[in-house]
Design a protein around this ligand. Sequence first.
Ligand code: MG
Length: 252
Amino acid sequence: MRVAKFSVAGEVRFGIVDGPELVVLKGHPLFTNYETTGERVAIKDVQLLPPTLPTSKLICIGKNYADHAAEMGGEAPAEPLMFLKPLTAAIGQGETIVLPSISDQVDHECELAVVISSVAKNVPADKALDFVWGYTIANDVTARDLQNKDGQWTRAKGFDTFCPIGPWIETEFEPEDQVIETRVDGELRQHGRLNQMIHDVPRIIEHVSQVMTLLPGDIILTGTPAGIGPIEAGQVVEVSIEGIGELTNPVA
Ligand code: MG
């Protein structure tokens, strides 16, 4: 099942994706058991929003693919390397990534994103999937020059619009060897497979939940494969994961 968050006529709603339409839900899908209003709306007539649920945090894992760690000039860390992006960075399908004037190099990073279903603290890896509600796609947009200059990554990865997420949450997805890709203006830039992740989703949840309590709706970005590169104003960036969909955002 694919669950989307959207706005229509100024109201924020959730819906289940059914072909080109959304079956509108009465309330919040994690808490109301998918009760529907009976309405349907065409996806083309609404604005898809980032599927935050309400999310308390966007947690990210860095250098989780060996080929990407190598292109960054280092080895992959032995433990998952964790950082945060602010919720104000989140945008949805079709919304514009805005390049900040203080950066000269902004890069795309396609990533699998995990959506947490219930409160999780000190969860062992073998129980971790009990706390996953579904998966979506994210673009961990990064001001590479500022990342190198600052040494830590809050500014480089925290600008408004630097976390496209969506287009929806797929609740029946299981990460295996699905293809993950980025295209810029249709040109293939990144191509990897989810089984290339060094730390898998259960290990990541174990690691993160030792540090901070995960709350329903929290989203964990799981790292990017090789091929990161710059995006420029006027371009369109599309990140895709086989079995979930495509997330497309223009750049300005
Ligand atoms: Mg990243």
